[in-house]
Design a protein around this ligand. Sequence first.
Ligand code: F6P
Ligand code: MG
Length: 435
Amino acid sequence: LVGLPASLTGKIKGSFAYNTIKDRLPLILTRVIDTLHRHKHEFFEEHGEKGIEAEKKAIGYLSKLRNELQTDKPLIALNDNLPDTPLWNQYLEYHKNVSNEPPSWFQSPWLYTECYLYRRIHEAVIQSPPISNYDVFKEEKNHAFFESQQAMISLSSCLQEMLKNTDGLDEKRLKEEFCNLIQVSLWGNKCDLSISAGADNSQKSDPLQSVEELKKFILVDHVEKLWSLLINKKKNKTPTRLDIVLDNAGFELITDLVLADFLISSELVTEINFHGKSIPWYVSDTTKHDLDWTIGQMKAANHKWMARCGVSWEGYLKKGVWIYHDHMFWTLPHEFSSMAEIAPDLYTELQKSSLIIFKGDLNYRKLTGDRKWEFTVPFHQALNNFQPAPLCSLRTLKSDTQVGLKPGQGEQLMNIDPEWMITGKYGIIQFDATS
Ligand code: F6P
Ligand code: MG
């Protein structure tokens, strides 16, 4: 890794990484313990005494984990013999060798330790049969969905209104609708439950109405480049495959599916591949179960246009116009520049895409390697040879990395709002094409 800037870590007191490890992660663990405790009766009803024993076992493991984290103990090897276990342990060994000291919560790369925490939570549950399949974040994700009901009604109604006219829309109108929905999907990323440590962070206002007033908070806006790519393909009648690397369930997922529906209906793309997580991750990240549950809720909603969305989305999946994938790489701690080596099958799959949209902050951290880049370093350079296909990040800023800014832009933002990088107030639509 010679020539690359250092990884972000929790070494510096007061840094966002430090505060996350010190305050937010223990809080997330406490909430997980509390959730298991509150569902004790459910486990008993389903599995009898064995359910209660499993709950106790998982809680014991998680309390120990919280203690390791709070006292900055060395990170220990995983012990659950899952297909990804050796990769985690190799990575641990590697960092041990690089730094000549045992990796620990605050000293090791933040990207690794934070991902490691979620993987250890998974280990706690997986090693506690018969509750091994329990999603400890399910309750928070479901709650967030119901809390954004009003915003979902507005958005699905607007979508159905747009879809009535897509055939007759001239290019200018089509472009306008596209730009609006891209921005709605961008701002949907504010609603993640890891930044709020699981507390309610749902969308309350009408998302399309906010687009205009939020424009000034978009720091890098490459929406024109996205549009040119898609409209040129449509004009040439080339089949266009879009890949969306999903982030959070709840309102953000609805914004992604609304965008996806619009792109298919307007024939701007011909096929969409969604990529989700195979285990519960960063509190609100989307799993296959979350996607199915969400579509089921939409179908059953007591609102005509929400239900219409649910029916169409299920139809797209059945017809194979939409395809859902998960891959263990998305829940490894590796930056994306190592995908070709660690997960060559996934890299080859993504190479088939015409455009890959990466949603959210964690994906951006992995795209750029979670390093101390200068703000003005080109996005292409920070990608460090990760270029399976043209790609775009739709992300609200919730961590200490940002590249591709104009000279002086970062410094100016720092003066206006010292917290500009960590609150989700600002966003980017950042594009890179191989050639
Ligand atoms: O816990 C901090 C963090 O890693 C931040 O980078 C970000 O706020 C969050 O978790 C995940 O955000 P997202 O859901 O947008 O990937
Ligand atoms: Mg997330």
